[in-house]
Write a new protein. Structure first.
Lengths: 578, 91
């Protein structure tokens, strides 16, 4: 276990064992962080003059190229909690965590690109609830919009809270200072430039995240002597445990620490949960809706998929390297809470930063974490502003108003949304146990929403009533399973077919059952109600929609070609790390 | 000019396309902002790496001078993005 003791110089070891903070910054690091804040604000002020109309503010004028939309798409997902959390999961579960980046993302992103994007694009919708409005009407759209807006703002608050805690833990920064400075920066640049500003900053953040985090796995592999050296060290440090195979330990849930089988991974995560997140969560879909033409709209998720496939290199690999080189074990949060001298799983990424990055590079690495945090927050808040203004305020509160009025509403609700998020962050700060519930709440809506949208896109017979009742049944099923397992933990075997199923495994099964509920209820209600005429569904449903041609393009410029290449690489990775 | 811009960006382009109707043909591409920031960071980190060369920080593998070498990646990337997307530059 202490194999790396001799490799860690004395001062670094002292730094890592410090209980008050994990990292100490030098003036050059702080300079880098301060420059970043000025840069994102400067971009926001610059773009203000371009965000005049609703189309500008809420959908960035629908004029983004495939690369800009694709990088913003992936950046909005690359929050720092995602970076730190999944590095921690990699330390805890090994390379199993990479399932969330590969089978739990790539097929869904390619499905969005090739199958669903044309419908979002042709319908010229401004949001996912906007599509539901066109396909199923007010009731379904309203239910989806209200739940999304409510949960997005709560999630934003939880993320703020978690990030402020992270900054306090690893840097020793004051909780309130971290919370307010970051929030105001995001609030100002999103309120000024709308989605233009959010997307521009997300592209900048994309580069910072990669360039700030990439050196850790590179130096880690140098230290361990490559992949095989790392695996050998992990086996030496944790004898008898399998941290470096993805599919081998999946034959039965008892063979892996997650308590999950391949069925839940493939069908729960790959076919439902990830499909729900990547194809209907407006936080990410909003980025590709801004594409300037059909080819860009289809290419953007494919570009995002290539980069998503590479993210384990900067997230999962540092977690695995932590298993190999850290001279001490990391522990779950509850253990660390009882003994503050220990470090938690989630601290593996900052610990690896402290291990390899000196002054300057450390500032860049911390800026990457801050950038990730801000891109996630901007994603939440810009999606909230759009859904609130277009899907709740306009249809239900003020139907007839000028475009300028709605833009002003978007700006104001950006600010108000951030204040609500800050309030939520302080509430969570006082009632810590709420955090897990709020995070779980968000997962209630993903799978049912995907079921409702995909049935609406692929089955023209599905009726308005089926959309509403199917969505409601799916949400109720997810909530019901969560509450039942929370109140009666032994019931987990009925839903997950294994008593040792951990939280991530429960989420997969919960999503799968919610999707089944949506499908069953939607079919029953559809057969009992009158279908809409075909004429009303043109441009919304497969079979009734003429997909515009991408033109006479060479194969190398076709999104489908690159989607196939991406999928082949994805399969090869599964084989290599099986 | 605007039509040229659109035509240029229709392929494997960079930056936000500007339809002629919006009158935003002079919007600076996002890649320029990326380039400037990377360039500034690269220079700062280069100076830091140079100063600490004789006395590397107490981090693992600091004998390889990662700060110094990584700054070149940042400077090169930043310079390329900045040059190719400099406002007013004809491509």
């Amino acid at each position: 276990m202490l194999v790396a003791d001799t490799l860690l110089p004395g001062p670094a070891a002292m730094l890592l064992s410090a209980t008050s903070r994990v990292i100490t910054l030098q003036p050059v690091d702080l300079t880098i962080i301060i420059i970043y804040f000025f840069a994102v604000l400067g971009i926001g002020f610059y773009l203000k003059k371009y965000a005049r109309t609703g189309e500008d503010f809420f959908v960035a004028g629908r004029e983004m190229t495939a690369w800009v939309a694709g990088l913003a798409f992936i950046s909005a997902n690359l929050g720092s909690l995602e970076l730190m959390g999944w590095a921690g999961n990699a330390y805890q579960y090994g390379i199993l965590a990479a399932h969330w980046y590969w089978v739990g993302a790539i097929p869904a992103m390619l499905f969005l690109a090739i199958v669903m994007m044309p419908f979002y694009y042709i319908s010229k919708t401004h949001s996912v609830p906007g599509y539901l409005e066109l396909r199923y009407g007010h009731a379904t759209s309203g239910l989806s919009a209200v739940t999304f807006a409510f949960m997005t703002i709560l999630m934003s608050g939880v993320n703020m809270f978690a990030m402020a805690v992270v900054m306090k833990t690893i840097l020793g920064w004051n909780f309130t200072f971290s919370l307010w400075v970051s929030t105001f920066t995001v609030g100002i640049y999103v309120a000024l430039g709308g989605l233009y500003s959010a997307i521009f900053n997300e592209v900048v953040q994309f580069f910072l995240i990669w360039l700030g985090a990439l050196l850790i796995p590179i130096l880690g592999l140098v230290e361990t002597g490559g992949w095989s050296g790392m695996v050998a060290r992990i086996k030496q440090n944790f004898p008898g445990q399998n941290f470096t195979h993805m599919w081998g330990p999946m034959l039965h849930p008892s063979q892996n620490p997650m308590g999950v089988s391949w069925i839940a991974i493939v069908f729960g995560l790959g076919a439902v949960l990830s499909m729900g997140y990547w194809t209907t969560d407006f936080l990410v879909v909003q980025r590709v809706i801004t594409a300037k033409d059909i080819r860009s709209a289809k290419s953007a998720p494919v570009i995002g998929a290539f980069f998503k496939m590479a993210v384990p290199f900067i997230v999962i690999l540092p977690g695995l390297l932590g298993l190999a080189v850290l001279p001490f074990h990391l522990f779950p949060d509850n253990v660390v809470a009882a003994n503050p001298a220990l470090h938690s799983y989630d601290q593996v990424l900052p610990l690896m930063m402290a291990r390899y990055l000196g002054p300057g590079l450390l500032g860049l690495g911390i800026t990457a974490l801050i950038a990730g945090f801000m891109s996630g927050m901007a994603g939440n808040i810009s999606a909230f502003a759009t859904v609130w203004t277009y899907d709740i305020y306009r249809p239900f509160i003020k139907k007839q108003a000028s475009d300028r009025h709605y833009v002003n509403m978007g700006r104001w609700c950006t600010i108000i949304g951030l204040f609500i998020s800050i309030g939520a962050a302080y509430i969570v700060n006082h009632f810590g146990s709420l955090m897990n519930y709020v995070q779980a709440l968000f997962s209630f809506f993903i799978a049912p929403l995907f079921g409702t949208v995909i049935i609406g896109m692929l089955w023209k017979r599905a009726t308005k009533a089926a959309g509403f009742w199917g969505l409601l049944a799916g949400i109720s099923t997810a909530v019901g399973i969560f509450v039942t397992i929370s109140e009666h933990p032994s019931s987990v075997k009925w839903f997950c077919f294994y008593t040792g199923a951990q939280q991530l495994a429960q989420q997969m099964w919960q999503a799968l059952w919610a999707f089944v509920a949506v499908a069953v209820v939607s079919v029953i209600v559809t057969l009992a109600t009158r279908p809409r005429p075909d004429a009303e569904l043109r441009g919304l449903v497969m079979g009734l929609t003429d997909i515009p041609s991408e033109g006479d393009l060479p194969v190398l410029k076709r999104p489908f070609f690159w989607a196939v290449i991406c999928f082949v690489i994805f399969l090869i990775l599964q084989w290599i790390f099986r | 000019m605007a039509e040229d811009n659109l035509a240029r960006q229709a392929g494997n382009s960079s930056g936000a396309a500007m339809p002629p109707t919006t009158g935003r043909k002079h919007m600076i591409p996002v890649w320029f902002f990326v380039g400037i920031l990377l360039l500034v960071y690269g220079i700062l980190i280069f100076i830091t790496g140079l100063r600490e060369w004789p006395h590397p920080p107490a981090t693992v593998l600091s004998n390889l001078h990662p700060t110094f070498w990584w700054s070149f990646i940042l400077i090169i990337l930043g310079a390329v993005f900045t040059f190719l997307n400099f406002p007013g530059r004809k491509r």
